[in-house]
Design a protein around this ligand. Structure first.
Ligand code: DON
Length: 308
C-alpha cells in the first residue's frame, strides 16, 4: 500500500506550534547588511516527498536568501560534470572553525577542509566556473529545473551587499590562489560566488530541488544527476560539515544530513523518504537558524526519522 498523501501534515502543524512558543530565536545575520532586516518571528517549513509532492506550514512559500545552501547544489553539479577530481582540491573533514575562517588554510597548504565552509565553496565554484564558464547561471538553471520554479532568481541587492562586504572571501580566494588552488581570476570568481549565494528560493523550492539527495542521485524527471555513491558522499559531507562548527551538535539533536545558510534556511535529507527545508532568519552564534534547528529536532523526534 502506498503511504497516505501529505503524511507529515499533522507533524508539521505540531512542530510549527511548538516552535511558535520558543523563547529565543537568535538574530539575523548582520555582516551582510540587507539580511539584517530579517524578522526572526518568520517561520516556514516544507516537506518534499520522493514523488515531488510538496506541502508545508507557515511561510513555506516565502522566498528567502538561500546563501550557503547553494553550496550543496554547486558540489553536486561539479561531481556530476567532473567526477571525483574535486576531492584532490578540497577535503571532507569538519573544520571545527567558523564558516568564514582562514586559520587552517596556511598550514594545510591552501586545501580547504570541506566544500561547505567558504574556502571550500570558493574552490567548488572555481571548478564550476572553469567547467561551464557561468557557475552561477548553471546553478540557477539546476535549481529552477529541480524545483520546477522558473522564476527562481538571484537577488542583485544581496549580491551587491556581499561584494561590498566581501573582504574575507576575497582574502580566502587570493590566499588559495597563491597555492594554485584557485584558477579563475579572483575578480571574476568572487562575483560568481556572491551571485550564487544571493539566490532567492522558498522552503518549497529548496526542499524540491534537494530531492535528488533523498532519491539516491535521481532527478525530478527520473534521470540521474549523481551516482548512488556520489549522493551518499554528499549526504555524508552534509552530516559532518553542513552546519559548520555546530555539525556535531546538529547530528546529536537532529541526526540528518543538512545544510544551513545565513539567510536562516536549513535543508535536510531523509534518504529514501523525503527532503525538508525550514526557514527562520534568527541565527545562533555559529550562523545556523535557531528555530529551523529546533523544528528539525522536533521533526525527527516525533517521526523517528533520523538516519540513526
Ligand atoms: O560567503 C558568505 O559569507 C555568505 N554569502 C554565505 C555564507 C553562509 O551562508 C554561511 N552560512 N551559514
Amino acid at each position: 500500500m502506498s503511504p497516505a498523501p501529505h503524511r507529515f501534515r499533522a507533524v508539521l502543524d505540531r512542530v510549527a506550534e511548538e516552535v511558535a512558543a520558543l523563547p529565543h530565536r537568535g538574530s539575523p545575520a548582520d555582516y551582510i547588511p540587507v539580511l539584517a532586516d530579517g524578522d526572526p518571528r518568520r517561520f516556514g517549513m516544507a516537506v518534499a516527498e520522493l514523488d515531488g509532492t510538496v506541502y508545508g506550514v507557515g511561510d513555506w512559500r516565502q522566498p528567502f536568501s538561500a546563501q550557503s545552501i547553494t553550496k550543496v547544489f554547486a558540489l553536486a553539479l561539479v561531481l556530476s560534470l567532473d567526477g571525483e577530481g574535486m576531492w584532490q582540491r578540497v577535503g571532507r573533514e569538519p573544520s571545527g572553525d567558523p564558516f568564514n575562517s582562514l586559520v587552517q588554510l596556511e598550514y594545510e597548504n591552501g586545501i580547504p577542509r570541506n566544500p561547505f565552509i567558504n574556502a571550500g565553496a570558493l574552490v567548488v565554484t572555481d571548478r564550476l566556473q572553469a567547467l561551464t564558464g557561468d557557475a552561477a547561471g548553471r546553478l540557477r538553471e539546476v535549481l529552477r529545473t529541480e524545483s520546477g520554479n522558473p522564476a527562481l532568481d538571484f537577488d542583485p541587492q544581496v549580491a551587491a551587499s556581499e561584494a561590498a562586504h566581501g573582504d574575507r572571501n576575497a582574502a580566502l580566494a587570493h590566499f588559495m590562489a597563491s597555492y594554485g588552488n584557485i584558477v579563475t581570476p579572483v575578480p571574476e570568481l568572487l562575483p560568481a560566488y556572491f551571485q550564487q549565494c544571493s539566490i532567492e528560493a522558498s522552503c518549497a523550492d529548496l526542499a524540491l530541488a534537494a530531492g535528488f539527495l533523498a532519491r539516491h542521485g535521481i532527478r525530478a524527471d527520473g534521470s540521474a544527476l549523481l551516482t548512488r555513491s556520489q549522493a551518499k558522499q554528499i549526504n555524508a559531507v552534509m552530516l559532518t560539515c553542513g552546519t559548520y562548527d555546530a555539525a556535531g551538535e546538529f547530528a546529536y539533536r537532529v541526526g540528518l544530513p543538512a545544510k544551513s545558510g545565513v539567510g536562516g534556511g536549513i535543508v535536510a535529507v531523509v534518504p529514501g523518504v523525503c527532503t525538508l527545508c525550514v526557514w527562520s532568519p534568527g541565527l545562533d552564534r555559529r550562523g545556523n537558524s535557531v528555530a529551523a534547528m529546533a523544528a528539525l529536532d522536533r521533526f525527527t523526534t516525533l517521526t523517528n526519522l533520523s538516519i540513526f
